[in-house]
Design a protein. Sequence first.
Length: 532
Amino acid sequence: MKRFAELLDRLVLTPSRNGKLKLLTDYFRVVEDPDRGLALAAITGDLSFASVKPAILRALIAERMDQILFGYSYDYVGDLAETVSLVWPQNKAEGSHELTLTETVAMLQRASRSDAPKVLATLLDQADVSSRFAIIKLVTSGLRIGVSARLAKQSLADLGGVDVSEIEEVWHGLTPPYLALFAWLEGRVPRPERVAAALFRPVMLAHPVGDNDLDKLDPADFAAEWKWDGIRVQVVAEGGVQRLYSRTGDDISGAFPDLLEAMNFEGVIDGELLVGNPFGKTGTFSDLQQRLNRKTVSPKMQSQFPVFVRAYDLLQLGSDDLRALTYVERRDVLGGFVTTLDPARFDVSRNVAFDDWNELEALRRMPPHPIIEGIMLKRLDSPYLAGRPKGPWFKWKRDPHTIDAVLMYAQRGHGKRSSYYSDYTFGVWTGAEGAEELVPVGKAYFGFTDEELRQIDKYVRDNTIERFGPVRSVRANRTQGLVLEVAFEGLNRSTRHKSGIAMRFPRISRLRWDKPAGEADRLETLADLLDK
């Protein structure tokens, strides 16, 4: 357990991607089975404990510490796992056995709902501070160490000297503790076979269009498609098994049983999941969020928010792998294939005709549908390659909208940001002159530099007027307040927010120390933008 705890500590404190990769690769190289496989499962989110819930942890610490004192401690530290690991009474007996990760996981998974509190308390009593931190991270199912599942898979690829796409090809047919996977990466056995049907295929990604990129490209070499504002999905039907995957390989089939019913084919489609139907109204991303991340969906919700897939590409048809074909060849097959599918559930993303980049730029700025967020450029001769190869595909998104908003609330971050107030709620003005008030319109936790983070953190501490647990209310009125220039991709109507508006992908684009809070934007500005 100590080695896993040390890994988490070092990952939290290592900001660079390459540094995290080296830490993971070194850990997988030196730690034996099955500990390393269980660590991998914890990092990728494939390890769960049915009977051990985060609420148990709060109940346990309430038995051991004054809750007001714990509240102050949590507010200061900013992370639940770190706070509990530090304040937990030191009960470890001298010379007691140090449990391995495998032993710890086994105890937690065997625990029934009734004895889970006792099991967890025993584990925390036997552990030191670092190991307690790791145990709590395990049971709360939120490591927050800045490592994605994709990064973990890349570290495995570095370990075995293979391409990460090879690991993604077999990933969904494997289970913890991944003994066969590590044996293959170490050259002891052949690569695991695709033992399950309807597995995920690594997706092909695009690079953003940068400054002067288009000057180096010939428009005649590229096709253009609208970039729709849904979620990128992979639709896989194989051997009588139907699955729907997100672009990162997460199985989201459970939330879309109505779509699975229409997958009466053998093949793999790459496309965009949208609400509505191909020949009627297309819903917003907010509509789609009503169905995302649900294990089950009621018939009423299926009827209220029907979904369909706008197909971009065809990776496999029957037993034929099409990924080595050119974009043009795959699209020819795709066009005919989609005509055999349910027209209420599938259509093809149409190409955008253009002669030069200036013409395409004008189309990008004024797309024909509000749910379009830009344009995709794809080389006509490009095969379907895993990852993000430079050159074949580009994404050219619409320019973001910006408003000036006033900082209202701040909360501590997690991991390396746990000592800073780095998560911000901001608002705009509404109401008649002389009776204006701020209403929250969004939250953001990125878009600023480390130096700007320190500046905002100091401002929050110097201008706090109220505390609500880990959240601080910041002085904000017509004459005093910090104005933030906020960039965002779009707006949706929302009954959950007092303002009636929810922002899409907000981030801080600039700190407006120079601007008086009273000159920040009004809610009517956002309402007008939403209407347009």
